[in-house]
Design a binder for this molecule. Structure first.
Ligand SMILES: Cc1ncc(COP(=O)(O)O)c(C=O)c1O
Length: 413
């Protein structure tokens, strides 16, 4: 008897499982957007993950700075379980309680007054730029241009590709949406020179993450903020990577003594669940009903998880702990710099740290670490980035430093 079609497909799935050929299947099934590390992950706990052969790894990639409380943190798992049994999705036509509780927690703990929830960082930034353009239309005689910086990263939508000042991301998609001007990072004068009557906002990362963990001078953000205030344009901080404790304070802006008019968040906010947020000061909260929206944004399931994660992060002073453990990790990395002359720089803040080499050996180093049980991220051909869960211990830092030492020794020749 011939099987019905669906049964046939199921058989194929079972076959795929038993053949353990997930990576071959991926090659056949996916659009080619990423060169993945040859590792299939199946489970995680704390700062550790296990592959499909049950090999254990120490995870200093943390879902690209997302798993703030590590893998499967009990507070998030419990919140998800409870909310999944209560109400998963309701649409923004209605009020839902987890969303309002999360909004309140964010507003009470930041300098911003209002929030909009989306599903990703790119979407949060899109919303920020739309809000700035709306502000430009209403208050700045139709000004619409947004100044951004080279080596920045703001997301993969078309507009955020234009905002992201990296030609390798922009060139495949030219022509890009109009209205974005890229200038040098860490150069307040360049922003001044690029400002004109059409400028409605400046958007910056407090520290450039994807661009290579590029640190600004201590007074850069302050100078940009002063300029924005002087010109009456909006100062937008993209804290998608730097926010939620990553740099040793809940938001990085606190350490640079500035207050953005608009701030975007995603990544660590949900500690693993997909959520993005756009926050704004009252004076620029100029959307009217219907001008912006999202089907899934602020859905009860993700908001319950993000609320549990954020509350835990605040109640347990995770940012303070990040500051300490980040300093310790930096010392260990400085030690490696002393030992290996091809390590040229260690930079970062909190648990957003890069190790720079004098040549393009980051791929080799990533693979050597992988083989020895440590996951790291190649942020540039010449640099590794470490963005582990915020809850890593000194012991885990020691273990990572030991593996790094051994990996760097092995690629020295
Ligand atoms: C600073 C910054 N902004 C925006 C984004 C885009 O976020 P998403 O990938 O969630 O769209 C990223 C992602 O790496 C980021 O680091």
């Amino acid at each position: 008897m011939s099987l019905p079609a669906r049964q046939g497909n199921l058989n194929l799935e079972v076959q795929a499982l038993s053949q353990d050929n997930w990576q071959d299947l991926e090659q056949k099934l996916f659009l080619r957007t990423v060169n993945r590390t040859p590792l299939t992950l199946v489970r995680g706990q704390g700062a550790r993950v296990w592959d499909d052969e049950d090999k254990e790894y120490l995870d200093f990639v943390g879902g690209w700075a997302v798993n703030s409380l590590g893998h499967c943190p009990p507070v998030v798992v419990e919140a998800l379980e409870k909310q999944a049994r209560t109400l998963i999705q309701a649409s923004n036509q209605f009020y839902t309680i987890p969303q309002i509780k999360l909004a309140q927690l964010l507003i009470e703990n930041s300098c911003l007054d209002r929030v909009f929830f989306g599903n990703s960082g790119a979407e949060a930034n899109e919303g920020a730029v739309k809000l700035a353009r709306r502000y430009g239309k209403l208050r700045l005689n139709g000004a619409y241009e947004v100044i951004t910086t080279y080596s920045s990263f703001h997301g993969r939508t078309l507009a955020m590709t234009a905002a992201t000042g990296q030609s390798k991301f922009q060139e495949p998609y030219i022509p890009l949406p109009d209205g974005f001007i890229n200038v040098e990072y860490n150069d307040a004068e360049a922003i001044k020179q690029a400002t004109n009557a059409q400028t409605c906002a400046v958007i910056l990362e407090a520290i450039q993450g994807e661009g290579g963990v590029n640190m600004p001078d201590d007074d850069y953000l302050k100078r940009v903020q002063s300029w924005c205030r002087e010109r009456g344009i909006l100062f937008i901080l993209d804290e998608i990577q730097t926010g939620i404790g990553r740099t040793g304070s809940l938001f990085a802006y606190e350490q640079y003594n500035v207050e953005p008019d608009i701030m975007t968040l995603a990544k660590g906010l949900g500690s693993g669940v997909p959520i993005g947020a756009l926050l704004a000061k009252e004076h620029c909260s100029v959307f009217s009903p219907g001008e912006h929206g999202s089907t899934f944004g602020g859905n009860p399931l993700v908001c319950a998880a993000a609320y549990a994660a954020l509350k835990y992060i605040i109640d347990n002073d995770i940012p303070g702990k990040v500051k300490e453990i980040g300093k310790y990790f930096m010392t260990r990395l400085e030690g490696l710099k002393q030992q290996f002359d091809f390590v040229t720089d260690v930079r970062g803040r909190g648990l957003l740290i890069a190790l720079e080499f004098d040549s393009e050996i980051a791929d080799k180093a990533t693979l050597a670490c992988l083989n020895k049980g440590l996951l790291v991220n190649k942020v540039k051909p010449t640099a590794l980035r470490f963005i582990p869960p915020l809850i890593i211990t000194e012991k885990e830092v020691d273990e990572a430093a030991g593996i790094l030492h051994s990996a760097l020794s092995s690629i020295k020749g």
